[in-house]
Design a protein around this ligand. Structure first.
Ligand SMILES: [Zn+2]
Length: 285
């Protein structure tokens, strides 16, 4: 598969979910082999979108380089991964990526309107060779080889919402081709009884029913309800796709997890890159 970048630059602006700060971002075409990277224009600092630049994972995935941070990168990275864009410069003039409608569909739809550009180099993919697992006291995730290579990435998640919502699971076979319709529209979510706690932690200052599902008594407070019955689980898949793209590559493998979140997926990537025996990086046709 050929490398892909954008046809032309696209700008977005909006508030960050956690900081509430208004931010402008511009996605710019970039050269083959440049990868996905942020350019904090207000700080003249480049921050590659890589797992080893992650500095925190509390309610969002946050990366930094030379002490300059970009918060909540996961939904934008998910959009780029879902569209197979592997070279893109992201100009950003403040600390947090705008949350927009809480999903990745605003990015996806606007990028598709302008179109993608094939580049004169082959994309490299990361194939899982050996199973890798990360567990913590409440959940786990694992990556295992996928012998059906044309399926790319399969995702299988189970969650327990501890009485706050019905427990659900989701199986996405062959994410390639399923992302735009099945995943990109799923919004981020929170539970009504946790809002005060999150605010006390200086989080969700930009959160509202326009950019997040809020669940109270097992039902959404949003007046139009949910976009899918299992929108929460689909959003968890969206987050996994974004976080996994911090590997720097599309992945061929199976991702299975219970109660996954940014902390679990980023730690799983750290374990994956602990040993070169765990994976193989190569070109695909
Ligand atoms: Zn999310």
């Amino acid at each position: 598969m050929k490398s892909l970048t954008l046809n032309e630059s696209i700008s977005f602006n909006g508030v960050g979910l956690h900081t509430g700060l208004r931010t402008n971002i511009t996605l710019k075409p970039s050269s083959p082999n440049s990868g996905i990277f942020f350019n904090r224009t207000d700080k003249s600092t480049i921050i590659p979108a890589k797992w080893d630049n992650v500095i925190s994972t509390k309610f969002s995935t946050n990366i930094a380089s030379n002490g300059v941070e970009v918060k909540t990168v996961e939904h934008l990275l998910s959009a780029l991964a879902g569209l197979h864009i592997n070279n893109c410069e992201i100009l950003i003039d403040n600390i947090e990526v705008p949350i927009l409608d809480g999903s990745s569909s605003v990015f996806v739809e606007n990028i598709l309107k302008k179109g993608l550009k094939e580049q004169n180099s082959e994309q490299k993919i990361l194939e899982i060779i050996k199973p890798v697992k990360f567990s913590c006291d409440y959940g786990y995730a694992e990556l295992t080889p996928n012998s059906l290579k044309d399926e790319g990435l399969n995702i299988n998640l189970e969650s327990s919402f501890e009485g706050k919502y019905e427990d659900q699971d989701i199986k996405i076979m062959n994410l390639n081709g399923n992302y735009i319709e099945s995943i990109s529209k799923a919004r981020t979510f929170g539970f009504f009884q946790e809002i005060e706690y999150l605010k006390s932690q200086n989080l969700i200052k930009g959160g509202s029913l326009d950019n997040a599902i809020v669940i109270k008594d097992k039902k959404p407070l949003n007046k139009d309800g949910l976009r899918y019955d299992n929108e929460l689980m689909r959003h968890k898949v969206l987050d996994v796709v974004g976080d996994l793209y911090l590997s720097g590559y599309p992945i061929i493998g199976n991702y299975k997890g219970f109660k996954t979140g940014h902390y679990i997926t980023i730690n799983l990537l750290k374990k994956l890159f602990n040993s070169k025996d765990n994976y193989k990086i190569h070109k695909i046709n």
